[in-house]
Design a protein around this ligand. Structure first.
Ligand SMILES: [Zn+2]
Length: 311
């Protein structure tokens, strides 16, 4: 099976003692039934894949950075793009500073908050943050809300890609009303130079993700996670169907590989890397297209501007 020499994983999550403490505090404020629903969804999802639960006490950020360096080495991954918890950025900023050649950091917050644009500007200038991850279903906003535009303007000026989680989520406390990728039509039109990325093939809104990405050339699709959302769709497409239809709709240059690796002891999700490589081999994609999907496309987005400004 063909495996590219240079792979970038464009979808990973940083979990540390710091992010865990923030999460526990947020969970404490929730209705007990929602807390129970949250835990049950996680448990069901992991047991359906025969995966172990995350460790109860995640390690400090330096230990986690060392583990990820080893895990990326072992899996043959050149760089990982890491997301953090909403409104807790300290560990992410420390993490990317520990190994900036290896760890790419995307920040996360509520973009309708009036202080967000300034905070984003500072994190780009002072800490080298390279992208934005948005969770409209967690914060209850529509990505088309013009209150977000100040943040999108910063992304536009700094050439930052914006990854937006749409569709079903492993977090059972999120509000699906804000999760339709069609909401991206407005921002994609208002900010045609921004690269917008829809993860997990739309996580249930596959049709909508394909339509938006086919309509707007600045929209990409990421392949990450087990994509087990297909269990809850009427037609239950296979992983190969997701790749084939996405390639038909947007071509090989706008499909971006990721695993959604996040916690230890599970570590790097090599099984997902191998599944996605096998699907691409099975579809008969030429090596140069596989190189793009597994690294070249996101490298162009992350490094293209830096190279252009150095030239
Ligand atoms: Zn994710």
């Amino acid at each position: 099976m063909y495996k590219p020499a240079r792979i970038i994983d464009a979808h990973m999550h940083l979990l540390t003692a710091g992010t865990h403490a923030v999460k526990l505090r947020r969970m404490d404020e929730l209705n007990p039934r929602l807390q129970e629903a949250y835990r049950r969804r996680w448990h069901d999802s992991l047991t359906s894949r025969r995966e172990a639960e995350p460790e109860a006490e995640p390690a400090d950020v330096r230990t986690v950075a060392g583990r990820w360096e080893s895990a990326l080495d072992a899996a043959g991954i050149e760089r990982g793009v890491f997301f953090t918890s909403p409104n807790y950025h300290d560990d992410l900023l420390t993490f990317i500073a520990l190994n900036p050649d290896r760890f790419v950091g995307y920040t996360t917050f509520d973009p309708t908050d009036r202080s967000s644009a300034d905070r984003l500007r500072r994190q780009i200038a002072e800490h080298g943050v390279r992208g934005l991850k948005l969770y409209p279903m967690a914060f209850g906003f529509y990505v088309d809300d013009e209150a977000c535009d100040a943040v999108y303007e910063v992304c536009d000026a700094a050439h930052l890609p914006v990854v937006i989680h749409f569709g079903i989520s492993i977090s059972a406390i999120q509000d699906l009303r804000y999760g339709n990728p069609l909401d991206l039509a407005g921002p994609a039109l208002r900010f045609p130079s921004v690269t917008w990325i829809i993860p997990h093939f739309g996580a249930g809104f596959f049709r909508e993700a394909l339509l938006v990405a086919a309509q707007y050339r600045n929209v990409c699709i990421d392949t990450s996670s087990s994509n087990n959302w297909t269990r809850w769709t009427p037609d239950q497409p296979a992983l190969a169907d997701l790749f084939r239809r996405a390639l038909d709709a947007v071509g090989p240059d706008r499909l971006i590989f990721g695993t959604d690796s996040s916690f230890f002891p599970r570590g790097y999700r090599t099984n997902i890397l191998n599944d996605h490589l096998a699907v691409c081999a099975g579809l008969g994609l030429p090596p140069e297209q596989i190189d793009g999907i597994f690294g070249g496309n996101i490298r162009r987005i992350l490094d293209g501007y830096a190279q252009a400004t150095r030239a």
